[in-house]
Design a protein around this ligand. Structure first.
Ligand SMILES: Nc1ncnc2c1ncn2[C@@H]1O[C@H](COP(=O)(O)OP(=O)(O)OP(=O)(O)O)[C@@H](O)[C@H]1O
Ligand SMILES: [Mg+2]
Length: 355
Protein backbone atom coordinates (compact mmCIF):
# COMPACT_ATOMS: atom_id res chain seq x y z
CA UNK A 1 0.00 0.00 0.00
CA UNK A 2 1.27 3.46 -0.78
CA UNK A 3 1.01 6.58 1.38
CA UNK A 4 -2.68 7.13 1.79
CA UNK A 5 -3.78 10.73 1.65
CA UNK A 6 -7.00 10.31 -0.26
CA UNK A 7 -9.98 11.45 1.83
CA UNK A 8 -12.13 8.65 0.35
CA UNK A 9 -9.75 5.97 1.58
CA UNK A 10 -9.50 7.71 4.95
CA UNK A 11 -13.25 7.32 5.36
CA UNK A 12 -13.22 3.70 4.23
CA UNK A 13 -10.33 2.96 6.60
CA UNK A 14 -12.51 4.20 9.44
CA UNK A 15 -15.35 1.86 8.60
CA UNK A 16 -13.83 -0.93 10.64
CA UNK A 17 -13.92 1.18 13.84
CA UNK A 18 -17.31 1.55 15.40
CA UNK A 19 -16.22 4.25 17.83
CA UNK A 20 -15.36 6.79 15.13
CA UNK A 21 -18.27 8.17 13.20
CA UNK A 22 -17.78 7.92 9.46
CA UNK A 23 -18.20 11.33 7.88
CA UNK A 24 -17.51 13.13 11.20
CA UNK A 25 -15.88 16.56 10.74
CA UNK A 26 -12.10 16.60 10.68
CA UNK A 27 -10.45 17.73 13.91
CA UNK A 28 -7.02 17.88 12.26
CA UNK A 29 -6.24 18.50 8.60
CA UNK A 30 -2.65 18.43 7.39
CA UNK A 31 -2.35 19.36 3.74
CA UNK A 32 0.93 18.93 1.83
CA UNK A 33 2.93 20.19 4.80
CA UNK A 34 6.69 20.71 4.39
CA UNK A 35 9.24 21.80 7.01
CA UNK A 36 12.73 22.76 5.91
CA UNK A 37 15.69 23.61 8.10
CA UNK A 38 18.06 25.24 5.62
CA UNK A 39 18.54 22.65 2.86
CA UNK A 40 17.36 19.80 5.07
CA UNK A 41 13.73 18.69 4.71
CA UNK A 42 12.51 17.42 8.10
CA UNK A 43 8.87 16.97 6.97
CA UNK A 44 8.35 16.23 3.30
CA UNK A 45 4.90 16.87 1.78
CA UNK A 46 2.81 15.15 4.47
CA UNK A 47 -1.01 15.07 4.24
CA UNK A 48 -3.57 13.38 6.48
CA UNK A 49 -6.85 14.11 8.26
CA UNK A 50 -8.01 13.06 11.71
CA UNK A 51 -11.74 12.75 12.46
CA UNK A 52 -13.43 14.12 15.56
CA UNK A 53 -13.07 11.58 18.37
CA UNK A 54 -10.36 9.55 16.66
CA UNK A 55 -7.11 8.36 18.26
CA UNK A 56 -4.50 8.82 15.56
CA UNK A 57 -0.90 7.59 15.81
CA UNK A 58 2.24 8.91 14.16
CA UNK A 59 4.68 6.01 14.23
CA UNK A 60 8.31 6.33 13.23
CA UNK A 61 11.94 6.01 14.34
CA UNK A 62 14.09 8.76 15.86
CA UNK A 63 14.42 11.70 13.49
CA UNK A 64 11.40 10.69 11.36
CA UNK A 65 9.82 14.13 11.83
CA UNK A 66 7.10 13.29 14.39
CA UNK A 67 7.86 16.12 16.84
CA UNK A 68 8.36 18.58 13.99
CA UNK A 69 4.88 17.72 12.72
CA UNK A 70 3.38 18.17 16.19
CA UNK A 71 5.19 21.50 16.67
CA UNK A 72 3.76 22.80 13.40
CA UNK A 73 0.23 21.58 14.21
CA UNK A 74 0.37 23.19 17.66
CA UNK A 75 1.64 26.58 16.36
CA UNK A 76 5.10 26.29 17.97
CA UNK A 77 7.06 26.52 14.71
CA UNK A 78 6.09 27.94 11.30
CA UNK A 79 5.20 25.67 8.37
CA UNK A 80 7.53 26.10 5.38
CA UNK A 81 4.77 25.25 2.87
CA UNK A 82 1.36 23.59 2.92
CA UNK A 83 -1.49 24.11 5.38
CA UNK A 84 -2.64 22.69 8.70
CA UNK A 85 -6.08 23.27 10.21
CA UNK A 86 -6.99 22.40 13.78
CA UNK A 87 -10.73 22.31 14.56
CA UNK A 88 -11.15 24.26 11.32
CA UNK A 89 -8.66 27.00 12.28
CA UNK A 90 -5.64 27.64 10.07
CA UNK A 91 -2.55 27.32 12.31
CA UNK A 92 -0.71 30.08 10.42
CA UNK A 93 -3.60 32.57 10.36
CA UNK A 94 -5.48 31.85 13.62
CA UNK A 95 -2.86 30.58 16.07
CA UNK A 96 -4.75 31.86 19.15
CA UNK A 97 -7.94 30.04 18.18
CA UNK A 98 -5.89 26.87 17.66
CA UNK A 99 -4.18 27.23 21.06
CA UNK A 100 -7.52 27.56 22.83
CA UNK A 101 -8.69 24.25 21.34
CA UNK A 102 -5.67 22.08 22.06
CA UNK A 103 -3.79 20.42 24.90
CA UNK A 104 -0.14 19.51 24.28
CA UNK A 105 2.18 17.10 26.08
CA UNK A 106 5.68 17.74 24.72
CA UNK A 107 8.26 14.96 24.42
CA UNK A 108 10.41 16.25 27.29
CA UNK A 109 9.08 16.20 30.88
CA UNK A 110 8.17 19.79 31.71
CA UNK A 111 6.36 19.75 35.07
CA UNK A 112 7.94 21.96 37.75
CA UNK A 113 9.85 19.75 40.19
CA UNK A 114 9.71 22.25 43.07
CA UNK A 115 5.92 22.54 43.03
CA UNK A 116 3.44 20.03 44.36
CA UNK A 117 1.31 17.93 42.04
CA UNK A 118 -1.72 20.15 42.65
CA UNK A 119 0.26 23.38 42.23
CA UNK A 120 1.46 22.21 38.81
CA UNK A 121 -2.16 21.79 37.77
CA UNK A 122 -3.31 25.05 39.40
CA UNK A 123 -0.73 27.12 37.54
CA UNK A 124 -1.83 25.78 34.18
CA UNK A 125 -5.51 26.20 34.99
CA UNK A 126 -4.87 29.84 35.95
CA UNK A 127 -2.81 30.43 32.80
CA UNK A 128 -5.79 29.23 30.79
CA UNK A 129 -8.21 31.40 32.82
CA UNK A 130 -10.23 28.47 34.09
CA UNK A 131 -12.66 30.01 36.66
CA UNK A 132 -11.84 29.15 40.32
CA UNK A 133 -14.84 26.86 40.91
CA UNK A 134 -14.34 24.99 37.67
CA UNK A 135 -10.60 24.76 38.45
CA UNK A 136 -11.19 22.83 41.64
CA UNK A 137 -13.72 20.50 40.04
CA UNK A 138 -11.52 19.84 37.02
CA UNK A 139 -8.37 19.24 39.10
CA UNK A 140 -10.17 16.83 41.47
CA UNK A 141 -11.58 14.92 38.51
CA UNK A 142 -8.25 14.77 36.67
CA UNK A 143 -6.27 13.67 39.73
CA UNK A 144 -8.75 10.80 40.09
CA UNK A 145 -8.45 9.93 36.41
CA UNK A 146 -4.66 9.73 36.48
CA UNK A 147 -4.67 7.99 39.88
CA UNK A 148 -2.71 10.73 41.67
CA UNK A 149 -5.31 11.93 44.18
CA UNK A 150 -3.32 10.76 47.17
CA UNK A 151 -0.19 12.45 45.80
CA UNK A 152 -1.80 15.86 45.29
CA UNK A 153 0.33 17.51 48.01
CA UNK A 154 3.54 15.64 47.15
CA UNK A 155 6.42 17.58 45.64
CA UNK A 156 6.76 16.66 41.97
CA UNK A 157 10.44 15.77 42.44
CA UNK A 158 9.37 12.82 44.61
CA UNK A 159 7.33 11.22 41.78
CA UNK A 160 8.51 8.38 39.54
CA UNK A 161 8.86 9.04 35.78
CA UNK A 162 5.52 7.32 35.09
CA UNK A 163 3.69 9.33 37.75
CA UNK A 164 5.20 12.54 36.45
CA UNK A 165 4.05 11.68 32.96
CA UNK A 166 0.54 11.08 34.31
CA UNK A 167 0.63 14.45 36.07
CA UNK A 168 1.61 16.12 32.80
CA UNK A 169 -1.22 14.40 30.97
CA UNK A 170 -3.64 15.72 33.61
CA UNK A 171 -2.08 19.16 33.25
CA UNK A 172 -2.63 19.10 29.48
CA UNK A 173 -6.36 18.53 30.03
CA UNK A 174 -7.03 21.05 32.78
CA UNK A 175 -8.65 23.58 30.42
CA UNK A 176 -10.88 20.98 28.67
CA UNK A 177 -9.20 20.97 25.25
CA UNK A 178 -10.98 19.29 22.34
CA UNK A 179 -7.84 17.99 20.68
CA UNK A 180 -4.98 16.45 22.62
CA UNK A 181 -1.44 16.09 21.23
CA UNK A 182 0.93 13.70 23.05
CA UNK A 183 4.53 13.42 21.87
CA UNK A 184 5.98 10.01 22.89
CA UNK A 185 4.16 9.91 26.24
CA UNK A 186 5.67 6.59 27.31
CA UNK A 187 9.24 6.73 25.98
CA UNK A 188 11.66 5.84 28.75
CA UNK A 189 9.00 4.36 31.04
CA UNK A 190 9.15 0.79 32.35
CA UNK A 191 6.60 -1.67 30.88
CA UNK A 192 4.26 -1.47 33.90
CA UNK A 193 4.17 2.34 33.82
CA UNK A 194 3.61 2.27 30.06
CA UNK A 195 0.56 0.07 30.47
CA UNK A 196 -0.69 2.36 33.27
CA UNK A 197 -0.46 5.35 30.91
CA UNK A 198 -2.33 3.44 28.17
CA UNK A 199 -5.11 2.51 30.58
CA UNK A 200 -5.32 6.06 31.78
CA UNK A 201 -5.63 7.40 28.24
CA UNK A 202 -8.43 4.88 27.68
CA UNK A 203 -10.25 6.16 30.79
CA UNK A 204 -9.81 9.77 29.74
CA UNK A 205 -11.10 9.02 26.27
CA UNK A 206 -14.13 7.28 27.76
CA UNK A 207 -14.96 10.31 29.96
CA UNK A 208 -14.19 13.22 27.68
CA UNK A 209 -15.02 13.93 24.06
CA UNK A 210 -11.46 14.16 22.78
CA UNK A 211 -9.54 13.71 19.58
CA UNK A 212 -6.05 12.38 20.32
CA UNK A 213 -2.91 12.54 18.20
CA UNK A 214 -0.09 10.53 19.71
CA UNK A 215 3.44 9.93 18.45
CA UNK A 216 5.39 6.84 19.35
CA UNK A 217 8.11 4.51 18.17
CA UNK A 218 6.54 1.59 20.04
CA UNK A 219 4.58 -0.74 17.75
CA UNK A 220 2.55 -2.30 20.55
CA UNK A 221 1.50 1.12 21.80
CA UNK A 222 0.28 2.25 18.38
CA UNK A 223 -1.46 -1.08 17.84
CA UNK A 224 -3.24 -1.01 21.17
CA UNK A 225 -4.27 2.65 21.30
CA UNK A 226 -4.87 3.96 17.81
CA UNK A 227 -7.81 3.79 15.44
CA UNK A 228 -5.45 4.61 12.59
CA UNK A 229 -1.70 4.87 12.25
CA UNK A 230 0.46 6.93 9.91
CA UNK A 231 3.95 5.50 9.49
CA UNK A 232 6.51 8.27 8.96
CA UNK A 233 10.09 7.73 7.87
CA UNK A 234 12.67 10.33 6.79
CA UNK A 235 9.97 13.03 6.96
CA UNK A 236 7.63 11.21 4.57
CA UNK A 237 4.33 9.50 5.25
CA UNK A 238 4.82 5.97 3.91
CA UNK A 239 1.58 4.26 5.00
CA UNK A 240 -1.71 5.18 6.66
CA UNK A 241 -4.51 2.88 7.75
CA UNK A 242 -6.04 1.01 10.68
CA UNK A 243 -3.61 -1.29 12.53
CA UNK A 244 -5.59 -4.27 11.24
CA UNK A 245 -5.55 -3.13 7.62
CA UNK A 246 -1.83 -2.32 7.82
CA UNK A 247 -1.11 -5.81 9.10
CA UNK A 248 -3.35 -7.37 6.46
CA UNK A 249 -1.46 -5.48 3.75
CA UNK A 250 1.74 -7.43 4.46
CA UNK A 251 1.93 -10.58 2.27
CA UNK A 252 1.58 -13.71 4.44
CA UNK A 253 -0.41 -12.31 7.34
CA UNK A 254 -0.03 -15.31 9.69
CA UNK A 255 2.82 -17.52 10.85
CA UNK A 256 1.97 -21.15 11.73
CA UNK A 257 4.50 -23.15 13.72
CA UNK A 258 3.62 -26.82 13.76
CA UNK A 259 5.39 -30.03 14.84
CA UNK A 260 4.32 -33.42 13.45
CA UNK A 261 5.11 -36.96 14.59
CA UNK A 262 6.95 -38.94 11.90
CA UNK A 263 6.48 -36.52 9.01
CA UNK A 264 7.13 -38.35 5.69
CA UNK A 265 9.75 -37.17 3.15
CA UNK A 266 7.32 -35.36 0.89
CA UNK A 267 5.54 -33.60 3.77
CA UNK A 268 7.13 -30.18 3.19
CA UNK A 269 6.04 -30.34 -0.44
CA UNK A 270 2.48 -31.23 0.57
CA UNK A 271 2.34 -28.37 3.08
CA UNK A 272 3.29 -25.98 0.28
CA UNK A 273 0.19 -27.14 -1.61
CA UNK A 274 -2.22 -25.95 1.13
CA UNK A 275 -4.38 -22.86 0.43
CA UNK A 276 -2.84 -19.39 0.85
CA UNK A 277 0.61 -20.72 1.86
CA UNK A 278 3.40 -18.38 0.73
CA UNK A 279 6.39 -20.26 2.20
CA UNK A 280 7.29 -23.36 4.22
CA UNK A 281 10.48 -23.87 6.16
CA UNK A 282 11.45 -27.26 7.63
CA UNK A 283 13.24 -26.57 10.91
CA UNK A 284 14.09 -30.20 11.77
CA UNK A 285 12.54 -32.72 14.19
CA UNK A 286 9.17 -32.56 12.38
CA UNK A 287 8.87 -28.80 13.02
CA UNK A 288 7.66 -26.54 10.18
CA UNK A 289 7.24 -22.76 9.95
CA UNK A 290 4.55 -21.80 7.47
CA UNK A 291 3.73 -18.30 6.21
CA UNK A 292 0.16 -17.92 5.02
CA UNK A 293 -2.29 -15.26 3.98
CA UNK A 294 -5.09 -16.98 5.87
CA UNK A 295 -4.04 -18.65 9.13
CA UNK A 296 -7.37 -20.22 10.03
CA UNK A 297 -8.00 -21.73 6.59
CA UNK A 298 -4.47 -23.17 6.26
CA UNK A 299 -4.62 -24.55 9.80
CA UNK A 300 -7.95 -26.30 9.16
CA UNK A 301 -6.63 -27.91 5.95
CA UNK A 302 -3.36 -28.82 7.63
CA UNK A 303 -5.04 -30.61 10.54
CA UNK A 304 -7.37 -32.47 8.14
CA UNK A 305 -4.45 -33.52 5.93
CA UNK A 306 -2.50 -34.78 8.95
CA UNK A 307 -5.52 -36.75 10.26
CA UNK A 308 -6.15 -38.22 6.79
CA UNK A 309 -2.50 -39.35 6.58
CA UNK A 310 -2.56 -40.77 10.13
CA UNK A 311 0.01 -38.18 11.33
CA UNK A 312 -0.06 -36.87 14.91
CA UNK A 313 0.29 -33.11 15.52
CA UNK A 314 2.60 -32.58 18.55
CA UNK A 315 2.22 -28.80 18.77
CA UNK A 316 0.68 -25.98 16.76
CA UNK A 317 0.60 -22.20 17.09
CA UNK A 318 -0.78 -19.48 14.81
CA UNK A 319 0.49 -15.93 15.21
CA UNK A 320 -0.67 -12.74 13.56
CA UNK A 321 1.59 -10.43 11.66
CA UNK A 322 2.72 -7.64 13.97
CA UNK A 323 3.23 -3.96 13.20
CA UNK A 324 6.96 -4.75 13.28
CA UNK A 325 6.40 -6.75 10.07
CA UNK A 326 4.42 -3.81 8.68
CA UNK A 327 7.24 -1.37 9.37
CA UNK A 328 9.77 -3.65 7.67
CA UNK A 329 7.43 -4.06 4.72
CA UNK A 330 7.08 -0.31 4.12
CA UNK A 331 10.56 0.91 5.05
CA UNK A 332 12.82 -2.10 4.56
CA UNK A 333 14.08 -1.71 8.15
CA UNK A 334 13.23 -2.99 11.61
CA UNK A 335 11.86 -0.55 14.19
CA UNK A 336 13.47 -2.05 17.26
CA UNK A 337 15.06 0.13 19.90
CA UNK A 338 18.64 -0.93 19.24
CA UNK A 339 18.24 -0.47 15.49
CA UNK A 340 16.51 2.85 16.03
CA UNK A 341 19.55 4.01 17.99
CA UNK A 342 21.98 2.72 15.34
CA UNK A 343 19.92 4.50 12.69
CA UNK A 344 19.92 7.77 14.60
CA UNK A 345 23.69 7.47 15.05
CA UNK A 346 24.26 7.15 11.30
CA UNK A 347 21.92 10.00 10.31
CA UNK A 348 23.65 12.44 7.94
CA UNK A 349 24.89 15.75 9.31
CA UNK A 350 22.15 18.29 9.86
CA UNK A 351 22.38 22.06 9.77
CA UNK A 352 22.45 23.77 13.16
CA UNK A 353 19.27 24.22 15.18
CA UNK A 354 16.97 26.81 13.70
CA UNK A 355 13.43 27.93 14.55
N1 LIG B 1 15.35 23.12 15.02
C1 LIG B 1 15.93 22.24 14.19
N2 LIG B 1 16.95 22.60 13.39
C2 LIG B 1 17.50 21.72 12.51
N3 LIG B 1 17.11 20.42 12.37
C3 LIG B 1 16.11 20.01 13.17
C4 LIG B 1 15.46 20.88 14.11
N4 LIG B 1 14.49 20.18 14.75
C5 LIG B 1 14.53 18.93 14.23
N5 LIG B 1 15.49 18.83 13.29
C6 LIG B 1 15.80 17.63 12.50
O1 LIG B 1 14.61 17.23 11.86
C7 LIG B 1 14.49 15.82 11.84
C8 LIG B 1 13.19 15.42 12.49
O2 LIG B 1 13.27 15.68 13.89
P1 LIG B 1 12.08 15.35 14.89
O3 LIG B 1 12.50 15.82 16.24
O4 LIG B 1 10.82 15.88 14.32
O5 LIG B 1 12.05 13.76 14.84
P2 LIG B 1 11.20 12.75 15.72
O6 LIG B 1 10.49 11.85 14.77
O7 LIG B 1 10.38 13.50 16.69
O8 LIG B 1 12.33 11.91 16.47
P3 LIG B 1 12.44 11.38 18.00
O9 LIG B 1 11.78 10.02 18.01
O10 LIG B 1 13.90 11.30 18.21
O11 LIG B 1 11.78 12.37 18.89
C9 LIG B 1 15.72 15.28 12.57
O12 LIG B 1 16.67 14.89 11.63
C10 LIG B 1 16.19 16.46 13.38
O13 LIG B 1 17.59 16.40 13.54
MG1 LIG C 1 10.29 13.56 18.70
Amino acid sequence: MSADTNPDSVVSAQNGKTSVEVGAPFAIEVDHVVKKYGDFTAVDDVSFSVSDGEIFGLLGPNGAGKSTLIRMMTTLIPITSGKARIAGHDVAKEPDAVRRTIGVIPQALTSDLDLTVEENLQIYAKLYDVPAEERKRSIDELLELVDLTKWRDAQTKTLSGGMRRRLEIARGLVHHPKIFFLDEPTTGLDPVSRVAVWEMLGNIKAQRQLTILITTHYMDEADRLCHRIAIVDHGKLVALDTPMALKASVPGSNVIEVQFENAPEDWEQRLRGLSEVTSVQHEGAGMFRILTGNGSRTTTELVEMAAHSGLGVKSLSVQNTTLDDVFVHFTGRQLRDELVKAYAFTMPQRPGLQP
